[in-house]
Write a protein of this length. Structure first.
Length: 172
C-alpha cells in the first residue's frame, strides 16, 4: 500500500482512538487541576500531527512477512496506534528536555502550559510546573500504549510475549 493511501486509512482509525484517549486523560487532569480544561485541545493537536511513518513502516513489514491472510490495517491497528502513541510520548518528553516550543506547527505541551500560567506566578516556578505537568502528561500517554497493545487480538501468548520483549528492548 502506498504511503498516502495508508495515511488516509490509518489517520481515520488513529483519530477515533486519540479522541477516546484525550477524553480519558482530560478527566484525569481535571480532577487534579481544573485550570487545565483547555489542555485537551492542545494535546489533541500534538497527538494527531505528524506523518505516521513508523506505523506505515511497521504495517508494510507486517504485510510482507505475515502468514496471516487478513493483512488489512484493522488487523494490526492497536499495534500501529500504540507505536505512534509511544513516539508521541517520547516527543513530549523530548520537548521538555530541549525546552521545545513548537511541534507539528503547534505549541508543545510544556510551552503551552508555561504561557498559560506564567502571568500567575514567578517564571522559575511556573517553568518547573510546566515541565513537570508535561512529563506527567507524557507518562499518561505512555500508559495508554500498554492499554492499546492489550486490545490487540494476539494469535497466541508466545507472540504477545515476543512482542513485549522487542518493545521493551526498543524502550531501552
Amino acid at each position: 500500500m502506498h504511503i498516502q493511501a495508508f495515511q488516509k486509512k490509518f489517520n481515520k482509525i488513529y483519530q477515533k482512538e486519540i479522541e477516546k484517549i484525550i477524553i480519558k486523560i482530560n478527566k484525569q487532569l481535571l480532577k487534579y487541576n481544573p485550570e487545565l480544561k483547555d489542555l485537551a485541545n492542545q494535546l489533541y493537536k500534538i497527538l494527531i500531527g505528524g506523518k505516521k511513518i513508523r506505523p506505515y513502516l511497521l504495517y508494510s513489514t507486517y504485510s510482507i512477512f505475515s502468514s496471516s491472510k487478513n493483512k488489512n490495517i484493522n488487523s494490526v491497528k492497536n499495534i500501529l496506534i500504540g507505536l505512534e502513541l509511544f513516539h508521541n510520548f517520547c516527543l513530549i518528553h523530548d520537548d521538555v528536555m530541549d525546552n521545545g516550543k513548537s511541534r507539528h506547527q503547534t505549541e508543545t505541551i510544556n510551552y503551552y502550559l508555561f504561557k498559560k500560567f506564567k502571568k500567575n506566578q514567578n517564571k522559575k516556578l511556573i517553568a518547573k510546573f510546566s515541565e513537570s505537568e508535561a512529563i506527567l502528561i507524557g507518562d499518561l500517554i505512555f500508559k495508554e500504549t500498554f492499554l492499546i497493545f492489550e486490545k490487540h487480538n494476539w494469535e497466541n501468548n508466545k507472540l504477545r510475549k515476543n512482542f513485549y520483549k522487542e518493545y521493551f528492548e526498543m524502550i531501552d
